[in-house]
Design a protein around this ligand. Structure first.
Ligand code: COA
Length: 169
């Protein structure tokens, strides 16, 4: 019987998180993005999933702004999400997203964006239809959003600077 638990990431999890990200993506770019987002203070929520004391999953939401004229609306960006490959398909990714959404809503967040597989993120409320009106360098079918209240459906998406520096390569 699985004993998976989810909790807020702490400073002591950094190395374990780096490993999960590297194993899940098979490259270092996402682990580097995580480090850069944490260092720049752009993280809104970061959770880890543990199995028997071992970090096997990680999710991060960073601050993202929707700029519209002289208005700036604070939203969040889900990236990255990673689960240790040997634990894929056991519900850890989904549990991390659901728990994060509960906490984000409690904290008053109204809008979340993700760039990912619609067949996966659609399960958690994300839809391209909700994101198609935004002006973004990442605009495509994989750009999806979920809103938990009144939030803009147009405007320019401004991601944390780490996205352009860490994933540019
Ligand atoms: C994507 C990822 C986080 C999912 O984690 P997980 O713990 O395996 O996911 P869950 O167990 O909650 O869900 C598994 C389900 O999602 C589906 N799924 C997983 N990845 C998918 C994808 N890229 N596209 C469509 N469906 C996907 C599985 O087929 C499975 O479907 P089922 O429930 O019908 O059997 C994990 O596969 C991973 O770390 N992948 C590598 C990194 C990555 O791609 N991250 C997402 C970046 S956008």
């Amino acid at each position: 019987m699985s004993m998976m638990s989810i909790r807020t990431a702490t400073a002591r999890d950094r190395e374990a998180i780096r490993l999960v990200e590297e194993h899940a993506f098979g490259q270092k770019a996402e682990a580097g993005l995580v480090d850069a987002l944490v260092e720049s203070g752009d993280t809104v929520l970061e959770l880890v999933a543990e199995e028997e004391g071992q970090v096997v999953g990680h999710i991060l939401f960073s601050r993202l702004y929707v700029d519209h004229g002289n208005r700036r609306f604070p939203a969040v960006a889900l990236a990255p999400l990673a689960v240790e490959p040997s634990f894929h398909g056991s519900g850890i990714g989904g549990a991390l997203i659901r728990e994060a959404h509960v906490r984000l809503k409690q904290a008053g967040e109204k809008l979340s964006l993700v760039l990912g597989e619609p067949a996966y993120y659609g399960r958690f409320g994300y839809a391209h239809e909700r994101a198609g009106g935004f002006d973004s360098d990442y605009q495509c079918e994989a750009l999806q959003a979920v809103a938990w209240g009144e939030a803009p459906a147009s405007g320019k998406l401004v991601y944390a600077p780490a996205f352009s520096s860490e994933l540019a390569a």
